[in-house]
Every structure is written in C-alpha cells, then in structure tokens.
Design a protein around this ligand. Structure first.
Ligand code: INI
Length: 157
C-alpha cells in the first residue's frame, strides 16, 4: 500500500488571494469577513492575504484567473452571492460564475475555491452568510487551507 495524502489546515507562510463581488454586498461583506477570520485564526499572516473586489459574481472568475496567473499565490478563494429575482438572470449569473470558477480551478496549478452563495430567497442567503447554515466564506477558506497543504504533500511525494 502506498501513501495516503491528506491535507492539514496549516498554511503558515503561504500567500492567499480572496476575490469578492460587491453585488449583494450586505452578504458578501460577511462572506469576505468569514474567509479572513478563518485564515487569521489558522495563523496565516495578515500581510500574506490580498483581496480584490469585483462588481458582480460574473466577474469573479476573471479576477481569480488573473490572481492565479501571477504565480504569487498558494490559493485563490472566491466569495459572492447570487439571489434569485423575478427574471431568469439569476440562473445565467449563477451558472456562469460556477462554470467559470470550475474552469479557472482546472486550468490553474493552485486551488481555486468556490465560496459562492446561490440562494432562492433572502432567508437562504442570510442563513449562509453567518447565521444558521454557517458562513460559506469561512468554509471556502478552510477548504483552501486543506487543499494548499494537500498540494504541498502531493508535490513533495
Ligand atoms: N451579480 C451578483 O453577484 N449577484 C446577483 O444576484 C446578480 N443578479 O442577480 O443580477 C448579479 N448580477 C451582476 C453580474 O454579476 C455582473 O456584475 C453584471 O452582469 C456585469 O457583468
């Protein structure tokens, strides 16, 4: 039996980027704060965390790709919030941001993590931005830490 690779949550010394979208910023500020809180409490140095704000969720994959392409970061965390309205717009935006982040993540050599809340109601968005369903930004940051450490382990063999 060979080795089992499994990440920890220690990403000390790693540089991490977070992309957040301003649309629905009542929620996305909470998601960004959740992601930052998670990184700080896992001893990621504040100086090692760079953030960028884009107008809406549709723009997140572009900024994530830009960050990933610099080669300076161990991971990119994406946080955004898409909420259903009266038109099909929600479906187009949520589908594109999801596909876009998936594509960037597969093209990048680093983990690119999905912390997008897609909600049918305001209540669902509230629940996922720091109340009864937790904070999806915090969860995404935790995933990024685990994936960074897993990448290191696999690369070191
Ligand atoms: N952007 C969001 O981040 N969330 C939404 O709920 C949303 N809706 O529903 O319209 C939204 N639209 C803007 C979009 O992301 C782009 O910023 C815009 O279309 C310009 O490209």
């Amino acid at each position: 039996m060979g080795r089992t690779f499994e990440g920890s949550f220690n990403a000390q010394g790693k540089r991490i980027a977070i992309v957040g979208s301003r649309f629905n910023d009542f929620f996305t500020r909470e998601l960004m704060d959740g992601a930052l809180d998670c990184l700080r409490r896992h001893d990621v140095d504040e100086d090692q965390i760079d953030t960028a704000w884009v107008p809406g969720a549709f723009e997140i994959p572009m900024a994530a790709k830009k960050f990933a392409g610099t080669g300076r970061y161990a991971a990119v965390i994406c946080v955004g919030c898409v909420i259903q309205g009266d038109t099909p717009h929600f479906h187009y935006v949520s589908s594109e941001v999801t596909k876009g982040i998936a594509q960037v993540s597969l093209d990048a050599d680093i983990p690119v993590v999905y912390g997008i809340v897609t909600a049918e109601t305001l209540d669902q968005a509230i629940e996922r931005s720091g109340t009864k369903a937790g904070n999806k930004g915090f969860d995404a940051a935790l995933t990024a830490l685990e994936m960074i450490s897993l990448w290191d382990d696999i690369e070191q063999g």
